[in-house]
Ligand binder design. Sequence first.
Ligand SMILES: Cc1ncc(COP(=O)(O)O)c(C=O)c1O
Length: 414
Amino acid sequence: MNSVNDVTRCLHRPDVSRQGYASLAVSVERASTIPFPSGEAYAQRKQRGPDGYSYGLAGTPTTRVLEAQIAALEGADRAVLTPSGLSAVTLAMLACLRPGDRVLIPDTVYPPVRDFASGHLGPFGVTVAYYDPTLGAGINALMDDRTRLVWVESPGSSTFEVQDLPAIASAAHVRGALVGCDNSWATPLFHKPLRLGADLVVEALTKFISGHSDVLMGSIAAHDPAIHDRIRATAKTLGIGVSPDDCALVLRGIETLPVRLARSASTGAELMEFLAARPEIETILHPSRPDAVGGCFWSRDFRGAPGVFGATFRQPYADRITPALAALRLFAIGASWGGTRSLVAPMPIAPFRTATRWQGSEPVLRISAGLEDPEDLLADLEAFLRALHAAPSSQELATGEPAMVADAERRRLK
Ligand SMILES: Cc1ncc(COP(=O)(O)O)c(C=O)c1O
């Protein structure tokens, strides 16, 4: 392009050779506009199909690599990417449900899904019913002819009950309903819901799969091309797409997913062991624990368990959790989990239960074991537990009266 002026030259990059070039790194292909070689090709762009390239919103080669990577890990044919884990759940539900339909959702579902169900599904004419996550084949009793979707989240958010997915899927399929499963905790490395009867599987790629607390993304994978097409068409209608830069971050995260998961699992096991022996602790909530709700389904259906778990506390310590978190130096306090850094968050439970009653104490302290040295994390938890003996509870602050902690226990902790 010798005959143009510099202003134009600034906009038209010279071609360079790619011969001999290769890289092990993920290449980032960004685009909104995808230029066509001719007016005729542009007019016929729909013929390229949903997996072809015609506009950046529907994906670039970087997007396609991540879609294919997720599909391969899930044992699915194809996958759709969404801008967050929550949007993967809501898109899956929107694609499967129509006015007049009914959806069954486990009582232990990720709480923002409840807001979506009451704020959007309900007003759009979908009936939402919550069910006890310990129901297996018994879910049949809750199904009716309008039930088009049974949602599963296994283990459940914050309280970690494992569901009998194969039994639920069989019961749902007999009645002609689809089954969707949120698999964010286990990731496809530890659990493959599509092999156990789910029709679609959702991952919050934000968590372990991207793994560095710096990107938000979700995925939906399905076997059946008709289900996949419905999800992709719904995403297109809603204008949902993801950034190729973020896809590259997720692809990079996936390369280390097996080692990060293994490390989180072993560190988590150490932290759980330590906490379970402490007098302040009421229960440890994790599918691998001997008293886990649905633990037999975890042993049967899962290949491992990452170190994300809940802990409930006896009184007066349960009331003191929030101020005592100030003693933590290594654990960050915040939402999400599955990153390189260990994380804690106190989670209220009872306000998000409508089909069952939460019997444990509140809040559940959700702990996500990261990649730090476990010894340092144990020391950090030790400092937190010590602070539980010092921090006044909200009730104590209100009444001005300190709760009694047994002297012997105080001495033991010094
Ligand atoms: C089980 C589960 N599913 C989905 C999500 C939503 O993921 P995101 O934060 O990417 O929206 C979360 C977030 O904590 C979650 O715990």
